[in-house]
Structure formats: structure tokens, C-alpha cells
Design a protein around this ligand. Sequence first.
Ligand SMILES: *Cc1c(COP(=O)(O)O)cnc(C)c1O
Length: 428
Amino acid sequence: MADTVTVEDLEFDRQHIWHPYTSITNCYEMYPVTGAEGVRLTLADGRQLIDGMASWWSAIHGYNHPELNEALQRQLGKMAHVMFGGITHPPAIRLARQLLDVTPALLQQVFFADSGSVSVEVAIKMAIQYWVATGKPAKKRLLTVKKGYHGDTFAPMSVCDPEGMHEVFSGMLLDNVFVEAPQCGFHDDWQEEHIAEFKVALDKHHQAIAAVILEPIVQNAGGMRFYSPAYLKRVRELCDDYQVLLILDEIATGFGRTGKLFACEYADISPDIMCVGKALTGGYMTLAATLCTQQVAHTISNQGVLMHGPTFMANPLACSVASASLELLQAGHWKAQVEQLSITMEACLAPCRELANVADVRVLGAIGVVELKQPVDMKTIQPLFVNEGVWVRPFGKLIYIMPPYVMEQEDCQLLCKAIYQVITKIKN
Ligand SMILES: *Cc1c(COP(=O)(O)O)cnc(C)c1O
């Protein structure tokens, strides 16, 4: 089987295949990738790119990892898939045990979902069903903050930043309550004033609110903002005061990315419901999970059933590779690797602060962000990165990287230097 990509192939792709957030008729160049090894992607023409994106937060151990490959191959020899209704299997049981081991102790039940967005759908259903089962069916809305991102299906879209998806689908989305994004930065001193608007909203709407949903500490695709653990701590307290559940979406932050295994550990709190995805399988396959407390699970279950069940729920291949990925994490040096990446990015992205078109540079864990003053033009900036030998995919004003944890210091330095070079070349 040839792994070459012809001009005709690319033309076919352009005309017939949707890529994420693209137009078929006004689409820019696609880069054909034919292999990936460690932290490098190989293009069809043989060029290699240092990958700054870890395939959207997920490939934390790097590509073509022998142990992850082996886990998949081993499971493939037994069974690729079997339905999960009325049937269970060792890969799911094993993975659930591991997940309960590493997540906050109060989380005791696992629902396997097929993507991050679906795990958020399930979290929202859990919250609504919980209050129905408690005799408070009026509690159906969600309270969240602006600049958030929770996925692309309808319920998650209805808690994404209102300036993102909401316009196109206005009138079709759930009617949720939004307050300003947290204004207290990760390192800022806490003032009670920072939670005032959130508290007012809870006070006003709590009888109609099932849950607060937040990305803990790092708001990802909605703005790449880092906020104070004190904010999250206060949110937990207020949720308890007002009898509202707390859903934490750890899909991007989970499995070490922020410097803690889960970002909620910064605030030393536990949610009632938690979503994980992205890095769960080490970037190999799509799999996510919604975890909840016994209180939530038993309350729903005493009244009936949780109304969800995807066809490919708990796919054995995905569960096996996720298990192997968690084992690698636990046996490995993720914490030291993330700390080293953090130090390297701090040092090597710092010169960007001096550039006229840069508004801010910030780093937390293995996440590096350069915020520009003007949105980038994707058509011109993407080839500039490729020419520098790196894969970085900005959005809006944000050039950001979240490398595989296994990236060597020199590669991380090259990556940061490439960002600096590219910013000096774009005119804003
Ligand atoms: C990526 C992401 C999702 C959606 O996950 P998909 O697997 O793309 O559906 C939800 N929440 C957060 C915080 C994410 O980063």
C-alpha cells in the first residue's frame, strides 16, 4: 500500500473532505502527514516537523510508542469491539479501576463515552437527572463563565463562550447563565470581589440551576486563560451553599498537562462530576469518560436509569491503549518532564514579550501561550511555521503550544524559537 500523496489526492481532499472548522470552497493548504515518531511528524515530501500541538493535547507520550502499540496489538488479537449493553470486558474493568485510582477519591462511578463532547453531554444529563430524582425538576439550567470551551455538540455548545458558536445557532441552544470569565490570574492575589458576579448569579438563579460547569484553572480553546485556584475553591464552596452540582471539564487539563495530574488538585477540591478525554488514550484513539460521585450515581439509579449508551461505548481497543497510557504516566516522569517544559517555555518564549505585536506571553505546566494584539491570518502563518520545521496551529490571536511530555529540551527550544521567528515575519 503506497503512502505517497499525489497532487490529485490533495485536490480530492480539498474538494470532498471536511476538516475541522473549514470551508470546502475557501480552504487553505492541507499538509499530508504520512508518519509520526516521538515528537516529530513526517510530511509526504519527507520533511519532519517538531510537533507543538501533541495532536490537540492528546499525544502526551509521543507518537508510535512501542508500549502503546503493543497494548493495542495485544487487544486486537482478542477482540476489537463488543457491545457494552449486558456485556462487560477486562479492558473496561481495568481502565475504570485505574481511573478511580488517579482521580479525586469522591468520584466512584465511570461512564465511558466516545468523545469529549459526548462526555460533557453525559455530565449534563447526569446533573439534570440527579435533580429530577431529588424531586427538584426545575433545576435544569447550567451556570458557567465566558471564554469557556466544552465541545461541539449542542449541549456543550450551549456552555461555550457566547461569542464563539452562539451566533450561528442562536435560538437553538439551551438557555444557560453566563458570568464574566475569571478575572483573577493564576498568580494574582485573591480578592472576594473576583467571585462577586458569580455569587450574584447563583443567588438569583440557583433554583433553576442543575450544575456549574467549568474548565478548572485553564480555559482552553475559548481563550487559553489561566485563572486562580482560589476562584475554583470558592466556586466549590458556593455550589455547596446553593445546592448546585459542580461539573469539572478536565478534558484538556487532565493527565498532567497543567503540572498536576488533574487541574482541580491546585484548588484541592473534588467535583461532583468530571469529564476526561483527549490525553486519556495517549492520543491513540477517541475515548472519554464521565466520572461522578456515589451520591450522584445512586440518586439517579434509585429512581431509574442513566439515559445514555453509545454504540461503541468502552471500545476494548481504546480502553486497552488508555490503560497502557495511564501505566506509562504512573511509571514515568511526567511531573519532571512537564516542569522542565515549563521552565524551557518560560525562558524561550520570553523574548516574544519584546515584539510589538505581542500582547502577552504566559506559561503554565506544559502549556505555552503567546497572545498577539491582532488575530493571525491562517493562510499566511501556517506555511511560515512549516518552513521553520514545526507544527503549531494558532487560532484567533493565540499562538499556543502543548508539546508531548517526552519532548527534549533542545526540541522545545527550537519550537519556541520558531514561534519567535514567525511572529517577527507577520505584519499586524
Ligand atoms: C477538546 C475539548 C472538548 C471536546 O472534546 P472532543 O473529543 O473534541 O469532543 C471538551 N472540553 C474541553 C475542555 C476540550 O478541550
